[in-house]
Ligand binder design. Structure first.
Ligand SMILES: O=C(O)CCC(=O)C(=O)O
Ligand SMILES: [Fe+2]
Length: 207
């Protein structure tokens, strides 16, 4: 993928697309950290509408003991060579690479998309530990559009839970040892909550 946009466009907040990438870093215990950039994507509501429409959302099911249960969210996955479903996601990936590649040592390669239709959709506590995230430091960058949902983080060995409400173009990057020493979750909510889409950019071999 080529990055055909000028750095200065990033600061053009009337345009849709990523604004300047000026995250605030919070070090966590055990060598993990998170970066947060609120309202990173301009035009996030329109991006939500386009993604809800064009992405081929799939329901997944999972064997749970002797039952097959539906995973309570819709999913789509774009592998390394697959075109992303919206040009703003290309711009976001290029901006993430420009900012993080010197530290990460490699570009982000894949994009996983999740659609939480309402407060009943959720994802249980987990680390992105399929592949290299289990053994190596890495980064997972998540862009959120639509209605904010709480992303919870807690140390794997126990400790207080952190909570960040993410939506409307917010960016969070989980880095360092976060996928193996911490867990994250999007809990169900009993409130009437509108839909949210998250876009997770990951390097090769991290899932
Ligand atoms: O929706 C989110 O922000 C989190 C998604 C997530 O943790 C995952 O798909 O691995
Ligand atoms: Fe995850």
């Amino acid at each position: 993928m080529t990055c055909a946009f000028q750095g200065s466009l990033l600061d053009c907040s009337d345009e849709s697309g990523p604004r300047s990438l000026t995250p605030v870093r919070t070090p966590l215990a055990h060598g993990a950290w998170i970066d947060i950039r609120r309202g990173w994507i301009a035009g996030a509501d329109a991006l939500f509408e386009r993604l809800a429409e064009v992405v081929p959302w799939r329901a997944e099911s999972r064997q749970m003991y002797e039952r097959v249960v539906n995973v309570p969210r819709l999913l789509a996955f774009y592998g390394e060579d697959e075109p992303l479903p919206d040009p703003v996601l290309n711009e976001a990936k290029c901006a993430l690479d420009a900012h993080y590649e010197p530290e990460l040592g490699e570009p982000f390669r894949t994009a996983g998309l999740c659609l939480y239709r309402d407060g009943r959709d959720s994802v249980a506590w987990h680390g992105d530990r399929t592949g290299r995230g289990r053994t190596h430091d890495t980064m997972v960058a998540i862009v959120s559009v639509g209605e904010p949902r709480s992303l919870l983080l807690r140390p794997r060995g126990g400790g207080p839970t952190l909570r960040h409400d993410l939506g409307h173009g917010d960016l969070i990057v989980m880095g360092g040892s976060c996928q193996r020493t911490w867990e994250h979750a999007i809990p169900k909510s009993g409130k009437a909550i509108g839909p949210r889409i998250s876009i997770q950019f990951r390097p090769r071999g991290v899932r």
